[in-house]
Design a protein around this ligand. Structure first.
Ligand code: NDP
Length: 454
């Protein structure tokens, strides 16, 4: 009986994906994100008749709307530049659309649909009232002057402002969009609308930002790892850790790992990786933050400054470690890298980035029965704290750092519990992919059903 059901589900997944690929040709990242979700949720719907007959998979994989627009701005040489801007408003069943803006030359509709789709379930897991969305542009802030970044952000907002609002859609940062970019965009929104509302999160503290928002994604990922390790009676203390990336998420992952007694030996950027066998300590991390956030230099300079090893185009997955935290971008870890990590004895992988491991890599981790948390859960601390920023803006209050930190810890613990309750198998192993997808799905599905056919 169970076998027949499993075979039937597999065929349904296959048929569903065939249709999805036909309707969305060439959108490979989007296909990948849906595939991982469908493999868990289609069998779940098969086993739970209350979710049958509503075309939930079809409805959830079609965005409410996807907006694309031209962004014209002038560079420092007086030349006109043309970029493409996007906002994908995926699903608002449980709250206003919420999700970051990415500025990177690789940005396209496939990447934004994958990110917006995952955002629906991530936001649902936080238990805060936030729907899913994502946006951005193929604009590359790298190498641009502050004035050029401002000119672009202002031009981008002259179109985006029509589509967003504190009760409609509340964007935040992502790759290439940090405090500086959010500040410029907020300034332009305020000018156009003549209102000072919580329309963006990740704002500077003096104008409505939340304490701990910059730290939240990295800290949250480490808190989630603490929760996973605790199920084995273990902790971060004394663990050798590898981290990829050196941006917002990577920096605060490293900060929290150091604080909890972990030894971090790698960081990277899109040019290469540094390996510091002595471990990155607080002073070295401060230097990296200044390098990346103020001088906007390359990670290679770290090797020159501290005498560490530098590998051009290198990624940390071949370096023996206990814990790995991919925190740069999607598809950093394929089957090959996942096998290297497992063969070298990794016990936990906590994804700071969104979908840094491809479908085959995930299978390697699950088959090896290691502690593996997909980005959908382990990087949810960022959006959860954005949700707290929205609450503070609406209430016109500001919580201190300790208050936000304790709420963040509580949310990560709660997400962990949801994953355990939906993902624990009969042998006791917790499949966090299953737990995350089902935990995220049920709330959104219940809301969709209750709200009728719209
Ligand atoms: P940043 O722009 O601050 O940093 C990104 C880092 O990743 C940089 O070191 C960058 O190197 C590297 N990187 C980016 N693209 C590539 C690439 N194609 N190949 C190799 N390295 C690359 O971004 P964040 O730290 O904010 O985001 C990192 C990841 O975390 C993303 O997947 C994002 O979606 C996810 N995330 C972020 C959240 C947040 O709150 N910021 C919340 C939840 C998830 P370089 O400087 O050379 O480009």
């Amino acid at each position: 009986m169970t076998t027949n059901l499993a075979v039937a589900s597999e065929e349904l997944v296959h048929q569903f994906m065939k249709q999805l690929i036909k309707r969305n040709p060439g959108q490979t990242e989007f296909h990948q994100a849906v595939q991982e979700f469908a493999e868990v949720i289609i069998p779940f719907i098969q086993e739970n008749p209350k979710y049958q007959g509503y075309k939930l998979m079809e409805r959830l994989t079609e965005p409410d709307r996807a907006i694309s627009f031209r962004v014209c701005w002038m560079d420092d040489k007086g030349e006109i530049q043309v970029n493409r801007g996007y906002r994908v408003q995926f699903n608002n069943a449980i709250g206003p659309y919420k999700g970051g803006l990415r500025f990177h030359p690789t940005v396209n509709i496939s990447i934004l649909k994958f990110l917006g789709f995952e955002q629906i379930f991530k936001n649902s897991l936080t238990t805060l009232p936030m729907g899913g969305g994502k946006g951005g542009s193929d604009f590359d802030p790298k190498g641009k002057s502050d004035r050029e970044v401002m000119a672009f952000c202002q031009a981008f907002m002259t179109e985006l402002y029509r589509h967003i609002g504190p009760d409609t859609d509340v964007p935040a940062g992502d790759i290439g969009v940090g405090g500086r970019e959010v500040g410029y965009m907020f300034g332009m929104y305020k000018k156009l609308r003549n209102e000072h509302t919580g329309v963006l999160t990740g704002k500077g503290f003096p104008f409505g930002g939340s304490r701990l928002r910059p730290e939240a994604t990295g800290y949250g990922n480490v808190y989630f790892m603490q929760n996973m390790l605790a199920t084995k009676g273990d902790s971060i203390n004394g663990k050798t850790c590898v981290v990829s990336g050196s941006g917002n998420v990577a920096q605060f992952t490293v900060e929290k790992l150091i604080e909890l007694g972990g030894k971090v030996i790698t960081m990277s950027d899109s040019s290469g990786m540094i390996i510091d066998k002595d471990g990155i300590d607080t002073e070295k991390l401060e230097w990296i933050m200044e390098l990346k956030n103020v001088r906007r230099g390359r990670i290679k300079e770290y090797a020159d400054k501290f005498g560490a090893e530098y590998i051009e185009k290198g990624e940390p997955w071949s370096i023996p470690c206990d814990l790995a935290f991919p925190s740069a971008t999607q598809n950093e870890i394929t089957e090959k890298e996942a096998k290297m990590l497992v063969n070298n004895g990794v016990i936990g992988v906590g994804e700071g980035a969104n979908m840094p491991t491809d479908v085959d890599g995930v299978r390697v981790f699950l088959n090896a029965r290691i502690l593996y948390s997909p980005g959908k859960v382990s990087n949810a601390g960022g959006v959860a704290t954005s949700g707290l920023e929205m609450s503070q803006n609406s209430l016109r209050i500001s919580w201190d750092r300790a208050e936000v930190d304790s709420r963040l810890k509580e949310i990560m613990k709660d997400i962990h519990e949801q994953c355990v309750s939906y993902g624990k198998g009969s042998d006791g192993y917790v499949d966090y992919v299953k737990g995350a997808n089902i935990g995220g799905f049920v709330r959104v599905a219940d809301a969709l059903i209750a709200q009728g056919i719209v």
